[in-house]
Design a protein around this ligand. Structure first.
Ligand SMILES: O=C(CO)[C@@H](O)[C@H](O)COP(=O)(O)O
Ligand SMILES: [Fe+2]
Length: 223
């Protein structure tokens, strides 16, 4: 079984103090840094790119940086993120003309590769690539914004993807992203997730350690 990972999404951090915010969540018990990249094209929002990833590495961040690309096209920006210090790079199949080629490109760049399924993307997109992935990321909101509500049908999708992973590629992580809170994370873990992105639930809290601790304790009750 994969270890539990809590990955705060810096989309909800105070960008004016980003280095300090990342230090604070890592000191508070977070395992990874979730780095949302939006291009105002694939999604209707615009965020940060490789320069900011590199700046976090220069700032001294050594934790895995989990880059979630919401950009189209994907391939051109992959080597830039690998050079900037990304650990994992995940992308949406709708934004890549050749999904298998993009996975290879990410791995050849020295990063782990993830495929992201939007709420309406069928799980069959994994049929011919699951074994080539390091992680499947299920979106439990439509991509583009933090602070949205968890879409309940994602629980059934999590169970289906968990069964696929267990049967075919147990080394693959299953990450969930969108609307994850301390009070729904146990159900999400029970449905099969091992890697949990949470933005607003962590960065809008007064005490990062308290909320991350509550999340980890809730997950530990079911896995
Ligand atoms: O990728 C995205 C949104 O597109 C996420 O990573 C959000 O940033 C998660 O934020 P919360 O739903 O946890 O507030
Ligand atoms: Fe994300």
């Amino acid at each position: 079984m994969q270890s539990t990972v809590i990955a705060p999404s810096i989309l909800s951090a105070d960008f004016a103090r980003l280095g300090d915010e990342v230090d604070a969540v890592l000191d508070a018990g977070a395992d990874w840094v979730h780095f949302d990249v939006m291009d105002n094209h694939y999604v209707p929002n615009l965020t940060i790119g490789p320069m900011v990833c590199e700046a976090l590495r220069r700032h001294g961040v050594t934790a895995p940086i989990d880059v979630h690309l919401m950009v189209e096209p994907v391939d051109r920006i992959v080597p830039d993120f690998a050079r900037a210090g990304a650990s994992l790079i995940s992308f949406h199949p709708e934004a890549s003309r050749h999904v298998h080629r993009t996975i290879q490109l990410i791995r050849d760049s020295g990063c782990q590769a993830g495929l992201v399924l939007n709420p309406a993307t069928p799980v069959e997109v994994l049929d011919y690539v699951l074994e080539d992935l390091d992680m499947v990321l299920l979106m439990s909101v439509n991509p583009g914004f933090g602070g949205q509500s968890f879409i309940p049908s994602t629980l059934d999708k999590l169970r289906r993807v968990r069964a696929m992973i267990d049967a075919r590629a147990p080394q693959v992580r299953l990450e969930i992203d969108g609307g994850v809170k301390a009070d729904n994370i146990a159900g999400i873990a029970a449905a099969g997730a091992d890697t949990f992105v949470a933005g607003s639930a962590i960065f809008n809290a007064d005490d990062y350690a308290e909320v991350i601790g509550r999340m980890k304790a809730a997950v530990a009750t079911v896995r």
